[in-house]
Structures are given as structure tokens and as C-alpha cells.
Design a protein around this ligand. Structure first.
Ligand SMILES: [Zn+2]
Length: 163
């Protein structure tokens, strides 16, 4: 899946970098915020959407088409609520980004507390929405996007900076 910074909308990339710098200044020694996802192809979105909704065999068939490695049956759980084309990650440039926190042993930390600390800084920009505030099962802690942006608006060519 795409995590290349150049696939991300420049405003969001600047927002991530500014927030990550503020986070590191405020929490020295904490795991470091990194981009884990920017742009996602339709094939990748289809494979992820199938996860938890289809058999592991079908999920892995779709993952192969998308150029992704297989998952274990135990990992076959819902990871997204958006079918292909209906995620802000599917647009070019991507209108959303996901983060994780790099630990000193090069692993990734997904602690809720880290996301909350990052989000508190991220939301100082009124144009940014955090998936961690979405209700119930839609809650998506690693996800940040343009506030009020939808895939339908993106498809209609709405400028996320002029919502
Ligand atoms: Zn996301």
C-alpha cells in the first residue's frame, strides 16, 4: 500500500510534518509519528474491503491482484468501511493519511494514547478531521483527513481547501 509522501495532498503532507515536529518537541523519547498510508489503489481498497466479509481464500485472491502479500486466517477481520472509490485514500493526490508510531526497535506502536496526543496537536488546524472521533464501529484512530470532505465531493471535483 502506498505510503509515499508524494502521493499525499500537499496541504495534508505539510500538516502531517508540522504536527509530527510538534509531537516530537512535546514528547521527546516517545515513538515517532510516521505515515503508514497515503494513496491506496482501487484494487487495494477492494482487497481490504473484502477482509472480514469474505473467506480468507477470496481475500488473498484479491490481495494478490492488488500486489499485496497474503494474510493469515486470524487476520481476516474488517479493516475498512469503504468499498473501492469511496475512500479518500483512493484519490490522487490522497485526501487522507494514516499514521503509526515508530519505536526504537523499528516496530510500530498503535497505542490509543499516542493517537490522542497526536490528534490534539493535529486538530489545532480547523481544516483537519480525525477518524478517532467518528462514532462506534466507524472509529478509525490512525486516520486524518480534510474536515467535511467526502468521496462524493472529491469525485465532483470540490477543492478540499474551499469546503
Ligand atoms: Zn485512513
Amino acid at each position: 500500500m502506498g505510503r509515499k509522501p508524494e502521493f499525499l495532498h500537499p496541504y495534508l503532507l505539510a500538516h502531517f510534518r508540522r504536527t509530527a515536529a510538534a509531537f516530537q518537541a512535546r514528547y521527546p523519547g516517545a515513538p515517532v509519528p510516521v505515515l503508514t498510508e497515503t494513496h491506496r489503489s482501487s484494487e487495494e481498497q477492494t482487497a481490504l474491503y473484502a477482509q472480514g466479509r469474505n473467506t480468507p481464500e477470496e481475500v488473498n485472491r484479491l490481495r494478490k491482484i492488488a500486489g499485496l502479500g497474503p494474510i493469515a486466517p486470524a487476520q481476516n477481520k474488517v479493516v475498512t468501511h469503504a468499498p473501492a472509490g469511496k475512500s479518500l485514500h483512493n484519490f490522487s493526490p490522497a485526501l487522507a493519511y494514516d499514521i503509526g508510531f515508530r519505536t526504537t526497535d523499528a516496530g510500530l506502536d498503535w497505542s490509543e494514547q499516542l493517537f490522542r496526543q497526536f490528534a490534539a496537536l493535529a486538530r489545532q488546524d480547523p481544516l483537519i478531521e480525525w477518524g478517532g472521533e467518528w462514532p462506534g464501529a466507524k472509529r478509525d484512530m490512525p486516520h486524518f483527513q480534510f474536515k467535511g470532505m467526502t468521496w462524493a465531493k472529491a469525485l465532483a471535483g470540490v477543492d478540499p481547501l474551499r469546503l
